[in-house]
Design a protein around this ligand. Structure first.
Ligand SMILES: C[S@@+](CC[C@H](N)C(=O)[O-])C[C@H]1O[C@@H](n2cnc3c(N)ncnc32)[C@H](O)[C@@H]1O
Length: 270
């Protein structure tokens, strides 16, 4: 089976991601995830695949006191996360490392959050087992992954246009964002790592961009697709009219499968 793309950003793309895609997209999902997970004051919370830190900051603001840690494999994302002002709540510690081998002892956290990360890990089961390992026995996990690309008209139009104009396979990274869309598969993966009381909700959010042109520009410039702008500028220019014709932006619907779990009394070695 092909390895999932790890969704890596280079250089200033991480800054643009934070400035543009976080407010337009991932901040909406972070608010929803943190609301559902409801971190409490004094809890220890880990945000896995934290990127530029939107989930970690949102959790910290809600908590007042406690400990919040962000983990990501990408140096550039963390470099943007570190100096960002945080609101109320505990300081956030940032760690560079892989979700497959977390640099934390067992039973360190009360709550693990992972937004739009699991679908990119090369070994999703190992990552979930790691999340289980670092949670205390009564700990809980809340994570989100995008549902099928067909549920997100803007993403589907963009992926189809990429293949049409830049060649078959050009949409691989875009489609990989939706590569863990089957709720049954998600359930099996999470339960297989030892989690119990697993609940999956499918939630829809409306994302808004000023124009289809801006949507296309940011989906290329602030994502791993940035290289296409350099390699094939003429192909990239052809994409916007296709996306515009599909009328999904400036307002498009985006769907996520959100999972909430509690590991109850189960111990990691059970
Ligand atoms: C789409 S971004 C989501 C970032 C953030 N959670 C958000 O909602 O804005 C995916 C993130 O997963 C991270 N990632 C990919 N593979 C990883 C791995 N093996 N371990 C840790 N982080 C990883 C990437 O570096 C990137 O920051």
């Amino acid at each position: 089976m092909a390895q999932p793309e790890q969704w890596q950003l280079e250089g200033s793309a991480a800054e643009l991601y934070e400035r543009s895609l976080v407010p337009a997209i991932t901040a909406l999902w972070a608010a929803d995830l943190v609301d559902r997970a409801a971190p409490l004051s004094d809890e220890r919370v880990l945000a896995v695949a934290c990127g530029t830190g939107v989930v970690a900051r949102s959790a910290a603001e809600r908590m007042g006191s406690g400990q919040v840690v962000g983990l990501d494999i990408n140096t550039g994302m963390l470099a943007v996360a570190r100096p960002l002002p945080r609101g109320a709540g505990p300081c956030i510690e940032w760690h560079e490392g892989s979700a497959l081998e977390m640099p934390f002892p067992a039973s360190t956290f009360d709550l693990v959050l992972c937004q739009l990360g699991l679908q990119f890990f090369p070994d999703r089961s190992s990552a979930l087992r790691e999340m289980f390992r670092v949670l205390v026995p009564h700990g809980r996990l809340a994570l989100s992954v995008f549902s099928a690309i067909e549920n997100t008209p803007a993403a589907k139009a963009l992926a189809d246009a990429l293949d049409r104009h830049l060649g078959p396979g050009a949409s691989a990274t875009k489609r990989s964002e939706h590569s863990l869309a089957d709720a049954d598969e998600l359930y099996r993966l999470v339960a297989g790592a030892g989690f119990r009381q697993v609940t999956i909700h499918t939630t829809t959010q409306n994302i808004r961009f000023p124009s289809s042109k801006e949507y296309v520009r940011l989906q290329l410039a602030a994502t791993p697709r940035r290289k296409m702008l350099v390699d094939r500028p003429e192909g990239s220019a052809a994409i916007d009219p296709d996306v515009r014709r599909s009328k999904p932006v400036p307002q498009s619907r985006e769907r996520c499968n959100l999972i909430e779990t509690a590991i109850g009394l189960l111990l990691p070695e059970d």
